[in-house]
Design a protein around this ligand. Structure first.
Ligand SMILES: Cc1cc2nc3c(=O)[nH]c(=O)nc-3n(C[C@H](O)[C@H](O)[C@H](O)COP(=O)(O)O)c2cc1C
Length: 380
């Protein structure tokens, strides 16, 4: 279990970091910096012993320190972090020094960051404005992440969209339920021990699927809403995909993110989701999730297709005409997304047209589920 660090372990961590920088430091010297710090009404006495090789933290009071600092623990941390100006600290009484204050130069100030080679992966024009810099995708992969695969409604509503895209480019459909992907355990082996490779690299299908997905320029993530989000299996895939990023942080669009290990500059994605309930608001959680994922994966979203009442529309003879119009619009959307990297508003309006859940509709749905009880009709 992680424990909240007390001041001395915090000082030890700080001196450990400083020691890493010390070998290149040009102001090594022999001497002692004595600290008399106050924290939560407790006195913390410790000192850093410096010689031409090492910086070492000791608890207690040294015999003849080169310089002594008296302050609260927080003020010392602000001073060390460059947030508290030493002159202002003394004048405001926050810091008290005794002895040779120039000896503080023995503590390196340069951060390690200067020497770490962080891979470049800047924001691209395409990422900012995909439809302006749109190139017809050479290959599209449709990832159907419904656990029911070809027996599900996700597959049913995907079909016309795929037909539309197939008129324009190469499209491959991948059924997620054909792949075994273990949940991520958060061990970061993929960042620390075997960079880019998950500890499960040999024992499940993540790597194979990720390599396949990398081939495509356009990825269609298709999934039903499960418990107000995506099915867990798809989230497992995204968690495991962290192995394909570097641990470092770089600036993205108004927020930081990780540089990618494998870069396809033409990568873009379409979100395709269906649900059982009537209202578009049921897609808000996944919309927010994919907006964040798009930024952190450097892959712009070029299209979003959301269909409510997916089961109800199918089973209800009185919505047959609507279903036909929706299918026709889905095929058009498939063509449009390949041609221009966007779906016309009119087409989207037809696809997402409202089906108002009237009282009698709820009655019918509940009767339907009642009939299904103990039917074992898993292909409902
Ligand atoms: C475990 C589970 C959870 C679901 N949760 C929701 C939900 O939160 N909101 C919703 O509108 N529909 C929900 N649904 C309905 C599905 O989105 C709907 O049945 C969809 O058609 C399933 O897609 P499929 O046929 O491709 O498997 C859920 C279905 C399942 C099996």
């Amino acid at each position: 279990m992680k424990e909240f660090l007390a001041p001395i372990p915090v000082m030890e961590k700080m001196v450990e970091k400083l020691q890493q920088l010390y070998s290149d430091h040009d102001k090594k010297a022999e001497g002692i910096i004595q600290f008399h710090l106050k924290h939560n009404k407790e006195n913390i006495d410790c000192f850093i012993q410096a010689d031409y090789e090492n910086l070492k933290l000791n608890e207690g009071i040294a015999k003849s320190p080169t310089v002594t600092i008296k302050s609260t623990f927080y003020n010392w941390l602000d001073l060390a972090g460059g947030k508290l100006n030493p002159v202002f600290g003394v004048m405001s009484g926050k810091l008290k020094f005794k002895g040779d204050t120039s000896f503080f130069k023995v503590l390196p100030r340069k951060s390690l960051n200067g020497s770490v080679l962080v891979p470049e992966d800047p924001v691209t024009k395409f990422e900012k404005n995909p439809s302006k810099y749109w190139k017809k995708p050479r290959k599209v992969i449709v990832l159907n992440a419904s656990p029911r695969g070809q027996n599900g409604y996700t597959d049913f509503y995907l079909e016309p969209f795929i037909e539309g895209m197939k008129k324009k480019t190469v499209v491959e459909v991948v059924h997620f339920n054909k792949y075994q992907i273990k949940p991520c355990t958060g061990c970061f082996s993929c960042w620390m021990n075997t960079p880019g490779k998950c500890k499960y690299h040999e024992n499940d299908d993540f790597h194979v699927l990720a390599e396949k997905m990398f081939e495509a320029d356009l990825i269609v993530y298709a999934f039903p809403i499960y418990a107000d989000g995506m099915p867990g299996v798809l989230k497992n895939y995204f968690d495991r995909s962290v192995s394909r990023a570097y641990p470092y942080m770089i600036n993205g669009m108004k927020r930081v993110r990780h540089p990618r290990r494998f870069i396809n500059k033409n990568h873009s994605m379409v979100i395709f989701s269906i649900c059982g309930f009537f209202e578009m608001i049921n897609f808000e959680p996944v919309r927010a999730y994919f907006k964040a994922l798009a930024h952190n994966r450097h892959i712009p979203i070029v299209g979003e297709i959301y269909r409510t009442t997916a089961v109800g529309l199918y089973g209800n003879p009185f919505t047959y005409k609507k279903l036909n119009n929706i299918f026709y619009a889905l095929e058009n959307a498939g063509e449009q997304i390949i041609d221009s990297g966007k779906i016309k508003r009119k087409t989207k309006r037809i696809i997402t047209q409202k089906v108002v859940g009237k009282k009698q509709d709820l009655v019918k749905i509940n009767e339907w589920w009642n009939e299904k009880k103990s039917s074992k009709d898993y292909n409902y």
